[in-house]
Write a protein that binds this ligand. Structure first.
Ligand code: SAH
Length: 478
């Protein structure tokens, strides 16, 4: 809620008032007093199914009318001994402190809980501000501290909650027994969430009669889902261009119940997921740090165990610098089925942008995929071999480690003029190719200010004919 500062919610002072909902069907409630204070309380109380008795020698005409309409019982005199027998609740609304104290005492001796209007100190209970979406009832209390705040929150909720929430809840209630067919826990929760926030509101908009059939259909689909075994497909999402997805990847996205995706997956690819799929971004949570690997593992297990067809969508190829094995180990430990759908790794897309091949007879018979840093920091490699002329390496996550890599290579005798090419956002509309040399690599990177994912190709320059293509060269940053 926008009214509450986050640090206030951390306040752990014990509650002085504990919220409960009292059954009113057979309850007797007494109000002493017949003026404005009594009227305000009565308007609220008459929404309940309680039997209400008002004691007032001089009651407002509305109260007499309600009495005539049998909405309550008016006893046209002051309250006396024994009048509160069997009453559950008592409201002192006499607008007179002495009379309130006297009648409250009478009620208490009969065992009723007592509330005195505008007297928090002598009240045993207080009435919250209420948002009524029968049968959904929201009670807002501030322990008497800030009634204005309670009213503001009430107004806000009144505006925000759809009027048909009550209808949905009422119809939902008739369906509770049927929903027990779903296993307890996640499966059942998912079903109800889908009903209240997706299927239900849509059906209600088409008319109340369509809600029950929609609910039945929804239950059938959830039942068949839980009957299936959960499964995880580790899908390579490619470098970003949706056309570089494999047909298998597309099919997996089409059939997914849940898609758990990384930061580098482009929106165009997410668009291709089944519309009903639950989309979970584990690249970033709000502005906070990225989701921990443990949390990702848990999510995979949780959803697959609930019977979902999970797509774990990773950028490029899932088997390249993707911590895939940790995720496989986690779901293996739970006996969950999985398979891998290969994808186009960013090195392939990047080298395509250079118009080069990764290997070439007479130049390099091997190519290495390196990471700039690993779990321990900057990654160590066989620098001596890498420093040899003609070696080609695709360096992933190499932006921050560029100076380190350059230093190691030069130290091991690499030629300062070794071509190096940076490819940012390979395969995407904002792809950028920056040509440089080993000597100039860190400065080129600094000047280029790359904010997108970038791959560094050691030992490769763009094919000369490509110089005509719209790319930037290192000189532009000189
Ligand atoms: N599994 C991925 C790599 C994940 S590591 C793959 O196979 O491509 C993340 C690194 O991949 C980034 O730091 C960057 O170096 C590289 N990368 C991913 N997408 C890229 C893209 N579209 N263009 C350039 N580099 C990319």
């Amino acid at each position: 809620m926008s009214y509450i500062e986050p640090n206030i919610t951390e306040d752990t002072a014990p509650m002085d008032h504990f919220p409960i909902f009292i059954a009113t069907r057979t309850a007797r409630i007494i109000v002493s007093g017949g003026g404005d204070a009594a009227l305000a309380k009565l308007r609220l109380l008459m929404k309940s199914s309680a039997r209400i008795t008002v004691f007032a020698a001089d009651a407002a005409p509305e109260i007499a009318q309600w009495h005539a309409a049998r909405k309550l019982t008016l006893v046209p005199r002051a309250m006396d001994y024994g009048d509160a027998v069997c009453a559950k609740l008592f409201y002192g609304a006499n607008e007179d402190a002495v009379e309130d104290a006297r009648t409250a005492h009478l009620a208490m001796t009969c065992g009723a809980l007592v509330n005195i209007v505008d007297n928090l100190h002598d009240s045993q209970f207080i009435t919250p501000a209420i948002v009524d979406r029968d049968p959904v009832t929201i009670a807002i209390g501030t322990e008497g501290a800030a009634p204005v705040l309670a009213r503001a929150i009430k107004a806000d909720l009144e505006e925000r909650l759809p009027q048909n929430l009550g209808t949905l809840a009422r119809i939902g209630k008739t369906f509770r027994d049927a929903a027990f067919a779903l296993p307890f826990g996640r499966a059942r929760r998912d079903f109800w969430r889908d009903y209240y926030f997706n299927t239900g509101p849509k059906a209600v908009a088409e008319g109340q009669d369509s809600v029950l059939p929609a609910l039945q259909k929804l239950l059938d689909s959830h039942l068949s889902k839980t009957a299936r075994a959960g499964h995880v497909a580790f899908v390579g999402g490619g470098p970003g261009d949706p056309e570089l997805l494999t047909l298998k990847a597309r099919r997996a996205l089409d059939e997914a119940d849940v898609v758990i995706y990384d930061r580098l997956i482009t929106p165009e690819i997410l668009e291709l997921a089944r519309r009903e799929a639950v989309m979970i971004d584990v690249g970033k949570e709000g502005f906070g740090p990225s989701t921990t690997q443990e949390r990702i593992n848990d999510l995979l297990v949780e959803h697959a165990q609930g019977g979902a067809q999970v797509v774990r969508l990773k950028s490029g190829d899932a088997t390249v610098f993707g911590r895939l094995d940790e995720e496989i180990d986690a779901i293996d430990a739970h006996g969950i089925g999985w398979h891998i759908v290969p994808g186009i790794t960013s090195a392939s897309a990047a080298v395509a942008a250079l118009g080069q091949s990764m290997t070439k007879r007479g130049r390099n018979a091997s190519v290495r995929f390196l990471t700039g840093h690993d779990t321990r920091g900057f990654a160590d490699h066989d620098w001596r071999t890498l420093a040899r002329t003609g070696e080609v390496a695709a360096i992933y996550m190499g932006k921050r480690s560029a100076r380190f890599i350059q230093g190691r290579l030069l130290m091991h005798g690499a030629d300062r003029h070794t071509p190096v090419t940076l490819i940012e956002n390979a395969s995407r509309p904002n792809q950028r190719v920056v040509e440089t040399t080993l000597a100039a690599l860190p400065d080129t990177l600094d000047a280029a200010q790359m904010s997108g994912p970038a791959l560094t190709f050691l030992g490769l320059a763009p094919r000369a004919a490509l110089a005509l293509a719209p790319t930037l060269s290192a000189q532009e940053f000189a």
